[in-house]
Design a protein around this ligand. Structure first.
Ligand code: G4P
Length: 528
């Protein structure tokens, strides 16, 4: 069927990295190769610059950019590639976690000088939990950095990956000569003065060929022969099946800024990266090539214009074909909806599209009907799993600072929480509202947006919480559960989905509770 062919063409992925490792630069170079943009500098960096954390204009600017760069699509070698943007800033980690529910694979960027950094570790952990195939790109080879073998060790140790190099550097930093492409058996020569030009790699089916000396000099020739021998001995051979099963991660080296090693990466990516993957619902597994459309909302973006409160809901098409103006079931709301102007995304623009296929991302205009995690189907009553909330890091009471605007405040908070800006907990015993966030910056964003978009004013009060734990009782009628609820009364709240949450003030409290009430399970994630 034609639509199966369309689905088979799609490769939807995210690039994850610690800030500054080169995610934006690599994205841009991939788009250049794909012919989607004509010059460098076209992709705006979607990151909060150092020192700008309390600058509201900066936040607003970021929101604008992050819509523009949310999805970047291009065609390369007959494949349709969708790159999903993932903010590297840790205060937006939750946004990244959610975006990772919509990708079929990821590229992990590591800075050769800095090695494995904190944010990379966290994101790789999430990908491992979700069984997302990973491919690693070691960037900035034009700079002095770690020895390639040491870096492999670090990646294995810190990220727990089983690496299989598919390219290998010749020299590093000021003595960086180029890359040996292990897969294609060819050498790409590096020259730092032709940044945007891409020179053709030289084929080398036999590294012992005497021409190698001539091209890179005898010292480098000897080194690379030796190193490739070690690579062949030490690291497992690449197997696509193992990569797709998340048991093996191919590694590439290069310099995104110098456009070097990027083509090798992209060529390998289109060949080995997975096509759209099946996804679990509460009833069954949905396969991408099913006839009927299904999809889920993984991101909601508020409009920049405060006068029009419409939003853009980003939907990953999981199965079948999405069509403009066709009726679909919004499962949670239990009603039919149709969309007259669904957007598809391209490198530098978004456009209304007639149809989209499994693997694609569409942007639906929303006036407040959607919430992150919502499922759309052709009528089947099922909901996609796997967009859990994690325990926030910060918790504060939110107080209404303008009693005349209580309604606006309620609506504002409700909509911002739908967008996933933060999490709302309502204490059971007194109905006070607590907002939990991943970073302190979000409180300023919320305060600012409530005032400018909803005309409501808030102030905050600290509420010392160590972790939010979602509560699961073996038996809700048991005496033990009743006692737990009575004793912990002041720390029990409901989340947005009315799930019971225990706001524990220390790890000790959690430990004690688990010992005292063994039939009451506590989870750090809302989906269990
Ligand atoms: P991010 O999105 O992961 O946060 O990183 P980004 O691409 O913005 O890159 C961070 C910095 O690293 C940028 O420099 C960028 O030019 C530089 N960079 C990226 N790839 C390479 C590379 O292969 N080699 C070298 N030497 N540098 C690289 P900046 O000075 O922070 O920003 P800008 O002024 O260049 O935009």
């Amino acid at each position: 069927m034609a639509f199966e062919k369309e689905i088979g063409k799609r490769k939807t992925f995210g690039i994850i990295a610690h800030p500054d490792a080169g995610k934006t630069t690599l994205t841009e170079k991939l788009l250049l190769f794909g012919g989607a943009i004509q010059e460098a500098g076209a992709v705006k960096s979607n990151k909060i610059k150092k020192g700008a954390t309390s600058d509201f204009m900066e936040i607003e600017r970021q929101r604008g950019i992050s819509v523009a760069t949310s999805v970047l699509a291009f065609e390369y070698k007959g494949k349709k590639i969708n790159i999903l943007d993932t903010p590297g800033h840790k205060d937006f980690a939750e946004d990244t976690f959610r975006t990772l529910t919509a990708v079929d694979s990821v590229i992990v960027v590591v800075d050769v000088a800095k090695g494995v950094e904190e944010q990379t570790e966290k994101l790789v952990e999430v990908c491992r939990m979700r069984n997302i195939p990973m491919l690693v790109f070691v960037n900035k080879m034009d700079r002095e950095g770690k020895d390639a073998f040491d870096l492999m060790d670090e990646i294995e140790l810190k990220l727990g990956l089983r690496v299989s190099p598919l390219s290998w550097p010749i020299g590093i930093g000021s003595s960086f000569k180029g890359i040996y492409d292990i897969r294609q058996k060819s050498i790409g020569l590096f020259s730092s003065d032709n940044k945007q030009k891409i020179s053709e790699p030289v084929s080398f089916s036999d590294l012992n060929h005497p021409d190698l000396e001539e091209i890179i000099g005898s010292n480098y020739a000897e080194n690379i022969r030796e190193e490739i021998n070690i690579v062949n001995e030490v690291y497992p051979e690449f197997s696509r099946e193992e990569y797709l099963n998340c048991n093996l991660q191919p590694i590439f080296f290069g310099s995104a800024l110098n456009n070097f090693g990027v083509r090798e990466l992209l060529d390998a990516f289109v060949e080995i990266a997975p096509e759209p993957q099946p996804k679990e619902t509460d009833f069954r597994t949905v396969l991408p090539n099913e006839n009927k459309f299904s999809g889920f909302v993984f991101k909601i973006h508020a409009n920049m214009d405060p006068k029009h409160r419409d939003r853009l809901a980003f939907v990953k098409v999981v199965s079948g074909k999405f069509e403009r103006n066709k009726n679909y079931l919004h499962v949670r709301a239990g009603r039919q909806m149709k969309f007259s102007s669904p957007n598809a995304f391209f490198a530098d623009k978004k456009e209304v599209v007639e149809e989209s296929y499994a693997g694609d991302i569409i942007g639906l205009h929303d006036t407040g009907n959607f919430r992150i995690g919502d499922t759309l189907t052709e009528g089947e009553n099922m909901s996609f799993k796997g967009i859990p909330s994690f325990s926030p890091e910060f918790f504060r009471y939110v107080n209404n600072a303008d009693p005349m605007k209580a309604k606006q405040l309620e609506k504002g908070i409700d909509q911002l929480m739908d967008e996933g800006v933060a999490q709302l907990f309502t204490l059971e015993y007194n109905n006070r509202k607590i907002i939990g966030t991943v970073g302190a910056l979000q409180y300023e964003v919320i305060q600012y947006r409530l005032e400018h978009e909803y005309g409501a004013k808030v102030n905050y009060e600290n509420f010392p919480v160590y972790k939010a734990c979602w509560v699961e009782a073996e038996d809700e009628k048991s005496e033990e559960f009743k006692e737990f609820k009575r004793i912990k009364q002041k720390y029990l709240a409901r989340d947005k989905f009315d799930q019971l949450v225990f706001l524990a003030d220390s790890s000790f409290t959690i430990q004690m509770s688990l010992e005292k009430y063994p039939s009451v399970k506590l989870h750090y994630v809302s989906e269990f």
